[in-house]
Write a protein that binds this ligand. Structure first.
Ligand code: BDP
Length: 718
């Protein structure tokens, strides 16, 4: 397309976007995420436009074209003026350059790596210029998105001097998407991958997906579910993955695949999947060669093995390291990596489930090939509303470990609850493992700085589907956004991220932003309160994990039953993980173990995770643990009611469509929070036989009523 035609199209789009009367809020369906580029206040428009009258790029590439068009789109949307594409620097130029394309660059790019950037306002030949500098075009694209973020959030663009580079190398989404279009633990509709019509049809949504991810620095995506089908490694599916890789490449995003351990047997009739069998290794080598022929920059494999019924090397009396290293050898020559998941617990192991991954993996420290990274969930059980950090962080200094967070909210209210995950991510990243003394945070383990690793990574289980708003709700978009921002820079605060997200998603007007940020910041703690207060865990109903089921006790494996986790009886409640119990605390570095071993020094938020205490045990407030539990359930429900009030007050400032959806979802959340509270109290009261503290209402129904509820069609459950 020639430049003039493009500009005409942009102009038309701008006209379409600029409302005649400039109303505060136009109906929106959320498709544009945080890249809305909504019209700025009249007062801000001229200033904004003046900072990008023209765009100069040193050199050309698909990535630079994307950066240029994104800035044009952004400025056109916000101001109605369209920056020209120019060869020469003029007043108000946005200049994108690398040292290779512009040797006289007035900014040093040392330390920015291959993805980072610097942004500086400066004078060149008497003209005010904003220079975005990087070592690569991808770095320039990231810089352009940063600049657009500032522009959208109402920040002054007059005096900028920014340098930013990610410390973590692999910043990936993990899609638990199945080849039949369903998404395991997906609450935003079917998969966005239209496997059936790929590779021929590459719909526009793939491009918008890449834009959204590039705008927050995500640089890789695992396309298929960790509960993988062998079919994704057949030639037709490799071609489909290659088509997606072609779309994502100019955005700096690589594709990866989850693999099924027994693929060589299933696809080509091999007699075994023993990793030490030469025929098996040869099969994987040939498969890797085939993939790299189609996708030269393929990232590598993600593996769930010997976990929840998935096959793996232990079926052949081999270790996880034997398995990982065999696959690593297959991709090594191509520069690929293997992400081997540590989410394992065995049906025949009577030990505390929270201890099993450590027991399996700790002895393997130092035994993995150098292109293997072990992917560890944030906590030792499973993406609960709150878990202490996983004991493997800090315990495997000779092995690169990557973080696995869950962005999709399997256990945090699924699609409708407003439970902003930024504070959860932040809490885990900031947790101190004490592996090498004070300050050995989880963030430093995964960014490689604690133990000197170069291979580093962080993954988030995606919350993306074909819903128009991508994530099942407007506020769920913030979790995708926060994951990307923290993956880029673990030192950012969840609050600052919420603020910039709200500014871009709703309006830079602080009258709107402040109440929204306040709602978001307390929302995860509220969910902890109405679901799993005081360190309770995994009390969700079976299978779909939707709603409460603390009474469930009849499932085949002990650790599938909520009663296993809370151990409530007539005397008390909680899981003793000290020496008198499972001694899970012994898996942590001594200062941490010491803190959690003592009921008095254990933070109350983790109390029942580590201790079994009598119902009369006194909390720091002076109330009993029983009363404290009830009060927390009450607080959680109250918080949701407060969010409803706050949201109602924002009606004049938010467009009708997004306002109505959020209002309806808060109504659902309030009803469900009340249900969580009532059902949990009905059950625990049947065990503790204690009266409710004064002022706390009795549950609306008796325990049988809650137990009888069934949800055979709850989403996200295969
Ligand atoms: C659990 C999910 C299950 C996943 C599993 C995993 O309930 O659907 O397959 O984790 O991470 O959270 O492998």
């Amino acid at each position: 397309m020639n430049a003039r035609l493009f500009c005409r199209m942009i102009a038309m789009a701008a006209t379409a976007l600029t409302p005649v009367m400039a109303p505060v809020a136009q109906a929106e369906d959320g498709y544009d995420l945080w890249l809305r580029y909504a019209p700025a206040d009249q007062a801000r428009k001229p200033g904004l436009a003046a900072h990008a009258t023209a765009i100069v790029t040193a050199g050309t590439s698909p990535t630079l074209t994307i950066a240029t068009q994104e800035v044009q789109r952004g400025i056109a949307g916000m101001t109605g003026a369209i920056p020209t594409v120019s060869a020469t620097i003029q007043q108000g130029t946005l200049w994108l350059a690398t040292p290779a394309s512009a040797p006289a660059l007035p900014i040093k790019t040392d330390g920015l790596g291959s993805e980072g950037y610097a942004i500086r306002t400066t004078m060149i030949d008497g003209k005010a210029v904003t220079l975005i500098a990087a070592n690569s075009d991808i770095g320039l694209l990231h810089g352009a998105y940063h600049w657009l973020r500032l522009a959208q959030s109402g920040t002054s663009l007059d005096k900028l001097d920014i340098r930013s580079a990610p410390k973590i190398g692999l910043r990936l989404l993990n899609h638990w998407d199945n080849l039949n279009g369903t998404v395991e633990r997906g609450y935003a509709g079917q998969s966005i991958w239209d496997w059936w019509r790929l590779p021929d049809w590459k719909g526009p949504r793939y491009t918008d997906y890449a834009r959204a991810n590039a705008s927050i620095g995500i640089n890789g995506t695992v396309l298929n579910n960790v509960n993988a089908k062998a079919d994704s490694l057949t030639a037709p599916y490799i071609a489909k993955a290659a088509a997606l890789a072609d779309v994502f490449r100019p955005y700096g995003i690589k594709v990866y695949l989850s693999v099924k351990w027994t693929a060589p047997m299933e696809l080509d009739g091999l007699k075994t999947a023993d990793p030490l069998d030469p025929a098996v290794a040869a099969w994987w080598k040939a498969k890797a060669d085939e993939i790299y022929k189609a996708i030269p920059d393929f990232g590598g494999f993600l593996v769930k093995a010997n976990s929840e019924g998935q096959p793996g090397p232990q079926d052949y009396q081999r270790t996880h390291a034997d398995g990982a290293n065999m696959l690593a050898a297959a991709v090594k020559a191509h520069g690929g990596i293997v992400m081997w998941r540590a989410f394992v617990y065995a049906h025949d192991n009577p030990d505390d489930r929270a201890k099993q991954a450590y027991s399996d993996f700790k002895p393997l420290d130092g035994k993995f090939a150098d292109n293997v990274i072990v992917q560890v969930k944030n906590g030792a059980i499973d993406f609960q509303p709150r878990e202490p950090f996983h004991p493997l962080f800090g315990a495997m200094p000779k092995t690169p470990l990557m973080m696995e967070f869950q962005i999709t909210k399997e256990y945090l209210g699924q699609s409708t609850h407003l439970t902003y995950l930024g504070p959860l991510f932040e809490e885990v990243l900031d947790a101190d493992t004490y592996a090498k003394g004070k300050g050995s945070t989880v963030a430093k383990v995964i960014d490689g700085s604690l133990d000197g690793h170069k291979l580093t990574g962080i993954a988030g289980v995606a919350n993306i589907g074909v819903d128009r708003d991508w994530s099942g709700s407007i506020f769920n978009q913030a979790d995708w956004y926060a994951f990307g921002r923290l993956a880029w820079d673990t030192s950012l605060s969840a609050q600052d991220i919420a603020k910039e997200w709200a500014e871009m998603t709703f309006s830079p007007d602080q009258k709107v932003v402040q109440p929204i940020v306040k709602m978001m910041m307390g929302s995860r703690e509220a969910a902890v309160d109405y679901m799993t207060p005081l360190g309770l865990t995994h009390v969700m109903d079976t299978g779909h994990h939707y709603g409460p089921g603390p009474w469930v006790s009849d499932l085949a494996r002990p650790e599938w039953n909520p009663v296993y986790y809370h151990k409530a009886d007539a005397n008390g409640i909680g899981f003793d993980r000290t020496k008198t119990g499972s001694d899970a605390v012994g898996q942590y570095a001594p200062p941490v173990a010491k803190m959690w071993a003592n009921v008095k020094t254990t933070p109350e938020r983790d109390l029942l995770w580590f201790h079994h205490v009598p119902w009369d045990y006194r909390l720091s407030s002076g109330e009993t643990v029983w009363d404290g539990l009830i009060h927390r359930y009450d607080n959680g429900v109250r918080y949701v009611a407060d969010m409803q009030t706050t949201w109602a007050s924002l009606k004049p400032y938010v467009d009708a469509e997004r306002f109505a959806e959020t209002q309806a979802f808060l109504t659902i959340q309030h009803r469900e929070a009340q249900w969580w509270r009532d059902a949990s109290i009905a059950y625990f009261q049947s065990v503790s036989k204690r009266p409710l503290p004064a002022g706390s209402a009795a549950p609306a129904h008796d325990l049988q009523w809650y137990k009888a509820l069934e949800f055979p069609y709850a989403p996200g459950h295969n």
